[in-house]
Design a protein around this ligand. Structure first.
Ligand SMILES: *Cc1c(COP(=O)(O)O)cnc(C)c1O
Length: 532
């Protein structure tokens, strides 16, 4: 499948080259054309016997058609195995997975009348593991088949979870070197500790004085810097990215939408071709975009519900058509969603505008220069056909965690809680953007598709955000406890075991403790290029 720069349709790439490069030369994102995706539509009834790996294979063969079957099998088996994914201890005690003999790395369980898709059973306890356990294999496979003798230098901006998942995925992978940039104070203690204690000879981690958007801007700027490109060429280094701007990150996320549908049918929770809805805690728009692509491929999806925290730039956009990043970035207890520039939205604009690269370039230029853009009504309507958007405040998020515990007996993390709250708002028919009475109060009216099924994407283990989760469900004074005591305390409340990668942090040595400014980070990358 050909991949095009979202900003210039004449910049075309093969899947392998796009995975190696990450970002297109003009700063656009590689994306298939919408008609090429739809030409590969499947009939869901033909997939009902698929286990996770079989569905993964089907999806990868569709998008990465320059990989051989053997290469794809190798990547899948290297990533999606019992060693990386511990699903034996999933909380799905009130829901039976049909494929008990075949590993489903993203099991489904019940939360009240709805479902949780548990995406956090990987090596770093967040959903990004699903893509980042396999991306290094795609990358090295692509690389080897090109017989290149260059080294790949992977630069990664993180709001907390991508960083550790990438460090874990690329650890000691030959011919690669990785640097992760995270914002000082923008990540949870456990996230920071996970990154600072990373092992491997080819990894490095730097805190940057700024927020996540600065980290992401830094990485994009380095890719498109001609001087740095020259230095790379001189040193036989090619830059790549583990961020969701890399198409190799996006495509693996399509799989679990399809597989969840299959398993809901097979366990008689839904009938074949019933439409279902997904609620996605959203930051960079990668996860939810994968859901839209699953829909384009033929998965019977009604709405994708975009859930934001107080940084509700996407809620505003989807409800009004204006994207405006000129606002304060709030630090919340769902830090992986503290983002004002959602990179993957660019791909959605490309697809829904019928691959209109000129329009996308114009909108992205406006975003860069004045910090905002507005789409026309036609495009907005297409967005609204597929997406609905809500946000939950910090206070609502905390109450959501308590409610899920008290009413549904589930302990959910702070990101999942945002989605949980947004689902409640959706079911109430709550839309503060359109429905006001004469006094300006929000009118709540019943939502149509109440009998449809709703699946919440649970993107992180509650243990990863233990302190904040505990504060919501326990009356004790948590502030006095250290993070590891918090883990144990949460373990006493929930029956789920503490993920090994988190309990092991206690005895690990801190290897990376550097904080640099934006400019210093750029210099560091230049220095590294000549050293690796
Ligand atoms: C990254 C992340 C998100 C947001 O996903 P996007 O693909 O960036 O929209 C949500 N929750 C958690 C726990 C994450 O790590």
């Amino acid at each position: 499948m050909k991949l095009y720069s979202t900003r210039n349709i004449n910049e075309v790439s093969t899947p392998k080259d796009a995975i190696i490069k990450g970002l297109a030369n003009d700063g656009g994102l590689y994306c298939p054309k919408i008609e090429d995706i739809m030409a590969n539509q499947f009939d869901i009834k033909d997939l009902l016997k698929n286990d996770y790996k079989a569905t993964a294979k089907q999806v990868f063969k569709t998008f990465f058609d320059d990989f051989t079957d053997i290469e794809i099998d190798y990547c899948i088996n290297s990533a999606y195995n019992n060693e990386n994914f511990d699903v034996t201890k999933s909380s799905s005690d009130n829901f039976t997975n049909i494929n008990t003999s075949n590993l489903n790395i993203t099991p489904i369980s019940k939360i009240g009348k709805h479902y949780l898709m548990e995406l956090y059973h990987g090596p770093t306890s967040a959903f990004k593991d699903v893509a980042l356990t396999i991306l290094p294999h795609f990358l090295t496979t692509a690389y080897k088949s090109k017989n290149q003798n260059k080294k790949v230098y992977i630069l990664t901006a993180t709001s907390g979870d991508t960083g550790k998942a990438a460090l874990s995925g690329f650890k000691d992978v030959e011919n690669t070197f990785i640097t992760v940039f995270y914002p000082t104070d923008g990540v949870s203690n456990i996230q920071k500790l996970q990154m600072q204690t990373s092992e491997g000879d080819n990894v490095s981690v730097v805190a940057i004085k700024g927020d996540f958007d600065d980290c992401q801007r830094l990485v994009k700027e380095i890719y498109t810097d001609n001087n740095i490109k020259k230095i790379c060429d001189e040193n036989n280094v090619v830059l790549s990215s583990a961020n969701s701007i890399n198409i190799g990150r996006l495509v693996p996320q399509i799989v679990y939408y399809i597989q969840t549908y299959i398993e809901l049918v097979n366990s008689n929770e839904i009938k074949l071709n019933d439409k279902i809805n997904f609620i996605v805690p959203t930051g960079n728009f990668g996860d939810i975009l994968a859901g839209y692509i699953a829909k384009l491929l033929g998965t019977p999806i009604n709405k994708l519900i975009c859930a934001s925290n107080d940084n509700k730039v996407l809620t505003d956009f989807i409800n009004t058509g204006t994207y405006n990043k000129n606002r304060e970035l709030y630090k919340t207890i769902s830090p992986s969603m503290d983002i004002l520039v959602s990179s993957n939205l660019e791909r959605l604009l490309f697809l829904l505008s019928g691959n209109d690269d000129k329009l996308v370039k114009q909108l992205m230029d406006e975003l860069n220069s004045i910090g905002k853009y507005t789409v026309d009504e036609q495009l907005l309507n297409k967005i609204k056909e597929n997406f609905v958007a809500y946000y939950a405040t910090e206070d609502e998020c905390k109450k959501g965690i308590l409610k899920a515990y008290e009413n549904d007996n589930r302990i959910i993390d702070t990101h999942t809680a945002i989605a949980y709250c947004c689902l409640k708002k959706h079911l109430l028919g709550y839309n503060e953007y359109t429905s006001h009475d004469v006094c300006g109060n929000v009118i709540v009216h019943k939502n149509e598709n109440l009998d449809q099924k709703y699946v919440i994407l649970s993107t992180a283990s509650p243990y990863k955000f233990t302190r904040d989760v505990l504060k919501c469900i326990s009356n004790d004074n948590i502030d006095l406890l250290d993070d590891f005591t918090c883990l144990l305390k949460l373990n006493q409340i929930t029956k789920e075991p503490i993920p090994k990668n988190l309990s092991a942090l206690k005895n690990k040595e801190i290897r990376f403790n550097t904080t640099l400014t934006y400019i210093e980070c750029k210099q560091l990358v230049i220095n590294n290029i000549s050293k690796i």
